[in-house]
Design a protein around this ligand. Structure first.
Ligand code: SAH
Length: 459
């Protein structure tokens, strides 16, 4: 049988929520009756959302796919300043829980028809009277549409306790508005074949409720007299990596600095061994450190300011640093703020001035904010070796030991990141008569994110 709706109805309902989120940019969103978290998985990509919560009475359904909400490798490898926390609870919408009060948006998609009418009353009190969100989206089948559904006898799903006509839904919605101080817009998704729309309305009817007084109205009602109840059971929670977390910022910065320092060293070596070798005023003492010379050619093409600055740095480096260098060669160099004397530290290394890194690598300057910050952040990191005066990063001038590298790569024991997330998407087949819905586009991902990040950092 051909699907009646394209896109399938369940996707149209979720798309309706996503469009609302795009327009209204709520920060805290809770999806009631979240089932296998399909809507939440879509919402997590809208990074203006900072707290995303799912609640369902059926813990088995939630557990089935909840790890699909874990951050994926790119979230670790390229974290942004966005913040996102996800929490999933087992609990009933007929019970109160303080952790979901005062949100910007509550969604209840194809949920209320699974409740008895007495429980719908409790749902109204809990959602509109206790949770007091700024907005609520409620979708439920429109029974006026049922005669158009091929082969349907009775309700659309065996667990439905009722299916409302548009008049019944409107009457409930208006009562809620009067009682709890909301206004509602009645709409829907799933258009009838042309010509029949006006007679029967949408296949899924939707009420979009806004609290009178908006978000301020919402917060005003969160008085102390309201009881703090915790009736839900937490099943899963995760914080997405964010550059607001100083550990994450430090790791990304170090990774970037090591990458660029290595790259600039490569450029400099190329210059030294290529044509014009020796024409520079710089020298690289035997067994000691050299100053990076023409090391930001690529960036320079894009940034003239950087190029101008670079020439000064080269001079500076050529005059002053080589003298300091000789001293350092004898003394060893500073590692993580501590001077080390053992012979292994007297290896050849290349000195990449921090101000070169700062002015030539936009990401490094954006992440650190100032040269002083950059120095402070690098001093604290055991992977970075700074020169004695803290003004340059010292990069080993040796070939990478690949065996060692691989060993690191396989060592997951201390990665400190989320366990591997195995993700797969399947469709929620909420409506029996929608049983021929196609599968969600599978976004299969299997990976060990901590491992990838470590590997990247080591490079
Ligand atoms: N919202 C989803 C799934 C709807 S199916 C979607 O968009 O497709 C209805 C869901 O409501 C089921 O997962 C069911 O377990 C859940 N549910 C039923 N009664 C509930 C209650 N009292 N509290 C919370 N969830 C409930």
């Amino acid at each position: 049988m051909e699907p009646m709706f394209s896109p399938p109805l369940h996707r149209q309902r979720h798309q309706f929520v996503i469009d609302f989120v795009k327009r209204n940019k709520p920060k805290k969103v809770v999806d009631l009756g979240c089932s296998e978290c399909i809507l939440l998985k879509k919402l997590k990509f809208h990074r203006e959302v900072e707290l995303l919560v799912g609640v369902d009475i059926n813990g088995t359904k939630v557990r089935k796919k909840m790890y699909g909400l874990a951050p994926i490798s790119t979230d670790y490898l390229q974290p942004t300043y966005d913040q996102l926390r996800i929490e999933l609870y087992q609990g009933s919408v007929t019970h109160k829980d303080a952790r979901v009060r005062g949100f910007d948006l509550v969604t209840s998609i194809e949920l209320i028809e699974h409740l008895t009418l007495a429980d719908v009353e409790r749902f109204s009190e809990v959602v509109f009277g206790y949770m007091t969100p700024a907005a609520v989206i409620v979708s439920t089948p429109n029974s006026d549409f049922n005669p158009l559904l091929p082969g349907l006898a009775g309700f659309r799903h065996r667990d439905h306790k009722f299916e409302w006509t548009r008049a019944e839904f409107r009457s409930w919605a208006l009562k809620v508005c009067l009682e709890f101080g909301y206004e509602v817009e009645l709409t829907g998704v799933g258009q009838a074949p042309s010509g029949q729309q006006e007679g029967v309305g949408f296949c899924s009817q939707i009420g979009v409720f806004h609290r009178l007084g908006g978000r301020d109205g919402c917060h005003m009602s969160l008085g102390d007299e309201v009881e703090d109840v915790f009736s839900y059971t937490l099943l899963y929670s995760v914080n997405y990596p964010s550059l607001h977390d100083s550990n994450i910022l430090g790791r990304v910065l170090v990774s970037e600095v090591l990458y660029w320092a290595e790259k600039l060293k490569g450029k400099w070596k190329e210059e030294m061994t290529g044509e014009g070798n020796g024409a520079h005023t710089l020298r690289q003492p035997e067994g000691g450190e050299g100053c990076v010379s023409e090391r930001c050619t690529e960036v320079e093409e894009k940034q003239t300011a950087c190029g101008a600055e670079k020439r000064n740095l080269v001079e500076q480096c050529g005059k002053g640093a080589s003298e300091d260098q000789e001293e350092e060669d004898e003394e060893g160099f500073w590692t993580n703020g501590e001077k080390r004397q053992d012979s292994s530290t007297l290896r050849r290394s290349v000195s990449v001035p921090l101000d070169v890194l700062w002015s030539c690598c936009p990401k490094v300057s954006a992440l650190s904010g100032s040269l002083g910050n950059l120095r402070r952040l690098l001093m604290d990191d055991p992977q970075v070796k700074l020169s004695q005066d803290g003004a340059a990063v010292l990069v080993n001038d040796q070939e990478l030991d690949f065996e060692e590298e691989e060993e690191d790569h396989n060592d997951l024991g201390d990665s400190g990141y989320a366990e591997l997330g195995q993700r797969s998407h399947t469709a929620e087949q909420e409506e029996d008569w929608e049983a021929n819905v196609d599968l969600e586009d599978a976004a299969l991902f299997t990976g060990q994110v901590g491992d990838l990040f470590r590997f990247n950092k080591g490079n």
